[in-house]
Design a protein around this ligand. Structure first.
Ligand SMILES: [Zn+2]
Length: 260
């Protein structure tokens, strides 16, 4: 059996690649792989598929991600984003502006604008409705920052939430409406689906007599590209329970939100 002689180089002889298990793998450029060389995204995808769960752009997949893996995904996305920049024929070596763009974009996607896919739902402290409130409550406008699933272009807008609690409803703190909205919106979304998802969640959490959600937003995929229509907006509303049945309540809610 021929013995391979070590070749003299300036590098240390031991050049074993750090494995994802090592704590310092985050510093290396190469994205983490599991023992069999699979990228982290494939490992996570297999966990999801084993549970027959859905992983569309606007689904939350936090249940399938182990601690520390989000950082590993940043490395993987950065590596692939770098390939995109190369295919766009951008000289990232000599252009100081784009030298670190791949990592910046990867971090932006995973830790900021699409973070609602990867982190668990914010904890909501629920209060019993001690004063037995059963009057219309309106929360908003809540600022919405999202992106469309079709082009990953920003969607910037506002949301108003109307709640008609029952005497048995659990109430959540006002700030929690914003946190819940942010969690749902920080994913590639379709506005029509986003408002429905938010209304479903509020119904489940609060068990109100009625819930209403109105969203109005600028879609940058209409302004930056495509028809380049700068003034087009999209307005969606979801009315549930009492808001659907009682036209007076609906009118009152719509009159009280100031969409100007
Ligand atoms: Zn779009």
């Amino acid at each position: 059996m021929p013995i391979k002689k070590p070749v003299a180089t300036n590098k240390p002889l031991v050049t074993k690649k750090p494995t994802p298990q090592k704590a310092d793998h985050l510093k290396i450029k190469e994205s983490p792989k599991d023992q069999s060389g699979l990228p982290l995204s494939v490992v996570i995808r297999r966990r999801i598929e084993a549970q027959k769960a859905r992983f569309h752009a606007n689904d939350n997949i936090s249940a399938f991600i182990k601690p520390g893996e989000l950082e590993g995904l940043v490395d993987e996305v950065a590596e692939k984003m770098q390939a995109v920049l190369e295919s766009l024929v951008i000289d990232t070596k000599n252009d100081h502006n784009t030298q670190n763009t791949s990592r910046r974009v990867a971090k932006m996607y995973l830790q900021e604008v699409f973070n609602g896919r990867y982190v668990v739902q914010p904890t909501l402290t629920k209060f019993p409705n001690v004063s037995r409130l059963n009057e219309l409550m309106i929360i908003g406008p809540i600022t919405v920052r999202s992106a469309c699933s079709h082009h990953l272009c920003p969607i910037m807008g506002r949301i108003w939430i109307g709640v008609l609690p029952s005497k048995e409803s659990a109430l959540i703190g006002l700030s929690k409406y914003s946190r819940l909205t942010e969690w749902v919106m920080c994913r590639p979304q379709i506005q029509e689906e986003a408002v429905v998802e938010l209304a479903d969640m509020l119904e489940k959490k609060i068990r109100p007599v009625g819930v209403a959600v109105v969203m109005d937003a600028d879609h940058f995929c209409m302004q930056w590209r495509g028809v380049k229509d700068r003034d087009s907006k999209m307005i969606n509303s979801v009315m549930r329970g009492a808001f659907l049945k009682d036209s007076n309540l609906r009118r009152e809610f719509l009159a009280l939100i100031d969409r100007k």
